[in-house]
Design a protein. Structure first.
Length: 279
C-alpha cells in the first residue's frame, strides 16, 4: 500500500492475527499468485523470495531493524545499566532513548559473554548535559594569554584534580545575586585541555605561579572561531560523555537494533540489567 504523504509497507500474519512487520520497499502494486509473491515498481515486475540474499528490494540493499522498549514497572524511574541480546550475529544499537537520556552503541561495543552479546550502556560522544555530575566549574578567569593553539588561563583558586587533559572547556557568566548562583545563559564551547597546573606555588623568591589550564582553542572550521575565555568569565569543563556514562535513566528505554548482514540472521531475545533509580 502506498500514500503520497506517509508511505508504509506492512505485512499481516495469520498466526498472530496482526501486522507485525514493516518493510523498507514501497511497491506500486502487490499480488500473490500460484504460491509466489509479486510486486511492481516503476513499471517493472518483481518476484520475491527467489534467492538467499536478504533485504534487497528493487536493487536497493537495506538493513534489518527492530524497535522495542523496556518498560517493566512503568511508574518507577529506573537505571538501565546494560544491554544484551541472544543472536547468531552482531547487531548495532542505532537508537537508544528514554524520557531523560539518549545514546547509541556500535556493534563493536558488544562482546560475547556466556552465549550473549553484552555491553554497558553509553551516552553519545559529544553529549553535553549540564545537570550531570560530569559537568563542573573551575572558577573566574584571572588572566588569559597565548595563541589560540595554547591559551593559558589562570585562576585565583586551586583546580580540582578531576580536571584532566582532553576535557572540553566552556565559558559563561554566573549571576552571583541568586541563591545558589546560576548561569545567565548556556555556556559556550571554548577548547580542549592540553595541560593543567592544579595548585598555585610560591618559589623562594616569593614569585607566585597561579593555578592554570592550557587550552587548544583552534576551531575545526576557521570561519567559526571558538569562544576563547576572557578575563572575568566563569570557566566550566565537561568530562568525556562516553567514558563517564553510567547507564540511562527514565521510566522506559526505547531501543532500535540494526543488522547489515545479507544472509538470514536470527535474534532470539534482548535484555537489560535494570535497577530502581534513587535521587
Amino acid at each position: 500500500m502506498a500514500n503520497t504523504n506517509e508511505a508504509y509497507t506492512v505485512s499481516y500474519s495469520e498466526d498472530v492475527k496482526g501486522w507485525p512487520s514493516f518493510y523498507s520497499y514501497l511497491p506500486d502494486y502487490m499480488a500473490g499468485m500460484n504460491g509466489y509473491f509479486y510486486s511492481w515498481n516503476g513499471g517493472d515486475l518483481y518476484r520475491h523470495n527467489t534467492n538467499e540474499k536478504r533485504n534487497n528490494y528493487y536493487n536497493v540493499q537495506y538493513n534489518s531493524e527492530i524497535t522495542s522498549v523496556f518498560n517493566v514497572q512503568p511508574m518507577d524511574i529506573k537505571l538501565f545499566k546494560t544491554m544484551s541480546y541472544e543472536s547468531d550475529d552482531k547487531w548495532a544499537c542505532t537508537s537508544l532513548f528514554s524520557d531523560l537520556n539518549t545514546g547509541s552503541m556500535l556493534s563493536t561495543y558488544f562482546e560475547q559473554k556466556e552465549g550473549e552479546w553484552f555491553t554497558f550502556l553509553r551516552e553519545n560522544a559529544g553529549t553535553v548535559n549540564w545537570k550531570a555530575r560530569s559537568a563542573n566549574g573551575v572558577g573566574d578567569a584571572v588572566t588569559v594569554t597565548g595563541p589560540s593553539t595554547a591559551v593559558v588561563v589562570t585562576f585565583n583558586v586551586n583546580i580540582d584534580s578531576i580536571l584532566s587533559v582532553g576535557d572540553n572547556v566552556y565559558v559563561g557568566t554566573i549571576d552571583q545575586t541568586t541563591t545558589p548562583p546560576s548561569l545567565t545563559s548556556t555556556p559556550l564551547f571554548s577548547g580542549v585541555v592540553l595541560s593543567v597546573v592544579n595548585q598555585s606555588t610560591t618559589n623562594v623568591a616569593g614569585v607566585v605561579t597561579p593555578a592554570s589550564i592550557t587550552l587548544d582553542c583552534t576551531p575545526p572550521d576557521p570561519s567559526t572561531p571558538l569562544n576563547v575565555p576572557t578575563v572575568g568569565e566563569f570557566v566550566f569543563f565537561i568530562k568525556n560523555a562516553v567514558a563517564e556514562s553510567h547507564g540511562a535513566r527514565g521510566y522506559y528505554l526505547n531501543f532500535t537494533l540494526q543488522n547489515d548482514n545479507t544472509e538470514a540472521v536470527e535474534l532470539f531475545s534482548v535484555g537489560s540489567s535494570v535497577m530502581q533509580s534513587f535521587p
